[in-house]
Design a protein. Structure first.
Length: 586
């Protein structure tokens, strides 16, 4: 078996394979070291640099003992796939974000498989897994992973991820994986011992930036591109969500993101399956999803935090922190984000204290390039107590959020449990074995929220196992009547699939609203969604010219009057179909 590793700045490398004497590796061009040795799946192995202790393979696919142990030989090609999968692309998608460690009490991929039929019945098209790469300890969010080619062993390791994807495909569900290329975790990161994977030329909130544009950066870029392609190819994933791409600092040409998107598009052609990349970015930069031939990075979609912030401010009244930009006139902000994509578009951001963002081309931009959501792991878990929208604003307002997300123009995404109005918190939790790091994380969390007026004792201890346990979903019993919100979500998703075109453009979207009266009317292609966020008054919302057929409502629906006005009870939503609109599916 061939073993290889990139270590350009060391003088010698020895290969250690379980039960065999070390083998001196031969140095080859470009800083690569290679050696042949007999090995079987499951055998532990590692590389000793300059007579040091054996370290896990930076490209290792399995770490049975975690980041501090050796790698294990893994035969991913030997998996017996049961379900042929032609792939499921982004057009017409409804995503469902879940965290393996809290989706079930067991916290494993195999346990999560048992819940997939419920998601298929709900009507979602793709499951989006939060990061599954290894990190220290058993429980955590996964954004402090340190082995970007491997799968966290407590989740079940590589074989469990293949079983999960295969089961999802058998139910017609695509699978998207959240990957972190912008940093590695603070404990167990051995990459700097192998080579210049990081640079002090740029800094991120997590420290030195990944070396994407400095000396010897070509191999670093190839390392992360290769990891992305390996997950897409070997696990038959349908897409990747890229964490915080604004922290991928790259002053070279082409930008790393353009290189990655080109490689993914080439793999899609090679495999004959649609593959896509979704970026998380706070830059409001149209280049992120603009085609490469037009100077963009060519990613297929990006999260729209502006839409989330405007919706959240509208439904909760919160205006602190980054909600300051949206809280003064939240319905106006919501109308603008729904019709134009970004709220600022180069305007002034009070939260940032500067101009921010650039406008999207409304005529050319497909609405599917923006993801719309009312809740995500970030927007719940980064709150002091991890409280969800249904707990903050109540089920009635959660239903309004669902109407605007699922019948709105953007690719919708739900966070696990949102569909039935879960009120269990989703809190920040860690399991760092290093006591000093554990205390630093605990103290930092309390200091962060103490600055915003929270008492120290109110902030959950990330290291306390009870914090993770509180964050596990409490699933409704299958033999009990479906919660009203669950039926509402199922109906809205069915309406979206039946009527909303997959090729909608921003120019096909318009919004009317009245900030004082509390109503908003969204026209997205043939669908019209009207909401009244006022808790104490009925609203008369003008629908505009044409005739409309009611499809669904949180309250009994009355037909629009002869002037095209719709009577909306307090805290209500209605979805209507323009009578002359042809039915089309996504």
């Amino acid at each position: 078996m061939l073993f290889e590793v990139w270590a350009p700045r060391v003088g010698e490398v020895a290969l250690h394979v379980q039960g065999r004497p070390p083998v001196a590796m031969r140095r080859e061009a470009g800083g690569w070291w290679r050696a042949e040795a007999p090995a079987a799946p499951g055998d532990r192995y590692g590389f000793a640099l300059d007579s040091g202790p054996p370290l896990p393979d930076p490209r290792g696919r399995r770490l049975p003992e975690g980041p501090d142990g050796l790698s294990a030989v893994t035969d991913l090609a030997g998996f017996a796939w049961r379900h042929p999968w032609p792939g499921r692309g982004l057009p017409g998608a409804v995503l469902y974000e879940l965290h393996v460690g809290t989706f079930t009490r067991e916290g494993t991929l195999d346990a999560a498989v048992g819940r997939l039929p419920r998601l298929a019945d709900l009507g979602v098209t793709h499951v989006e897994l939060m990061p599954v790469c290894p990190f220290p300890g058993r429980h955590g969010w996964g954004y402090d992973g340190v082995a970007p080619w491997a799968v966290h062993e407590p989740y079940g390791g590589p074989a469990a991820l293949q079983r999960f994807v295969d089961a999802a495909h058998g139910l017609g569900l695509g699978v998207v994986l959240d990957v972190v290329h912008n940093h590695l975790g603070p404990s167990g990161n051995r990459l700097p011992e192998f080579g210049p994977y990081f640079t002090e030329r740029h800094h991120t909130p997590w420290g030195a930036a990944v070396n994407l544009d400095g000396p010897e950066s070509a191999e670093v870029r190839a390392y992360f591109v290769g990891s992305a392609l390996a997950f897409l190819r070997d696990y038959r994933l349908d897409g990747l969500r890229l964490d915080a791409v604004h922290a991928l600092v790259d002053e070279s040409t082409p930008h790393f993101l353009a290189e990655l998107s080109a490689a993914v598009d080439a793999l899609a052609t090679e495999t004959g399956r649609p593959l896509f990349l979704v970026a998380e970015s706070d830059q409001n930069d149209p280049r992120t999803t603009s085609p490469r031939e037009r100077g963009g990075h060519g990613l297929h979609a990006q999260w729209s935090d502006d839409f989330h912030h405007a919706l959240h401010a509208t439904l909760t009244g919160e205006s602190q922190g980054y909600y300051a930009d949206f809280g003064k006139a939240p319905l106006t902000a919501l109308a603008r984000t729904l019709s134009g994509g970004f709220f600022h578009d180069g305007g002034y951001s009070a939260f940032r204290g500067r101009e921010h963002g650039s406008p999207l081309d409304r005529a050319a931009t497909p609405t599917r390039r923006l993801l719309g959501y009312a809740q995500t792991h970030d927007q719940i878990g980064n709150r002091a107590l991890g409280d969800r929208l249904a707990a903050l604003a109540g089920p009635a307002r959660a239903a309004l959020a669902a109407a605007l997300v699922l019948c709105g123009p953007f690719t919708p995404m739900l966070f696990m449990g949102e569909e039935w109005g879960a009120t269990t918190p989703w809190q920040y939790f860690t399991d760092h074995p290093d006591p000093a790091l554990a205390e630093a994380v605990r103290a930092g969390r309390r200091r962060e929220f103490g600055a915003h007026g929270w008492a120290e004792e109110e902030i959950p201890d990330p290291q306390d196992p009870a914090t993770r346990d509180r964050s596990c979903l409490a699933w409704p019993p299958e033999d009990a009547p479906a919660p009203p919100l669950l039926d509402w979500h199922r109906r809205l998703i069915a309406i979206r699939h039946a009527h909303l075109p997959a090729d909608l453009r921003l120019a096909d979207v318009s919004v009317d609203h009245d900030e004082e009266a509390g109503w908003l009317v969204l026209h997205a292609g043939p669908l019209t969604t009207a909401v009244n966020v006022s808790p104490d008054a009925e609203a008369v919302a003008p629908l505009g010219p044409g005739s409309f057929a009611p499809l669904a409502g949180t309250h009994p629906l009355s037909a629009p009057d002869v002037a095209g006005r719709l009577l909306l009870p307090p805290e209500s939503a209605a979805v209507l179909l323009r009578a002359d609109a042809a039915t089309s599916t996504g």
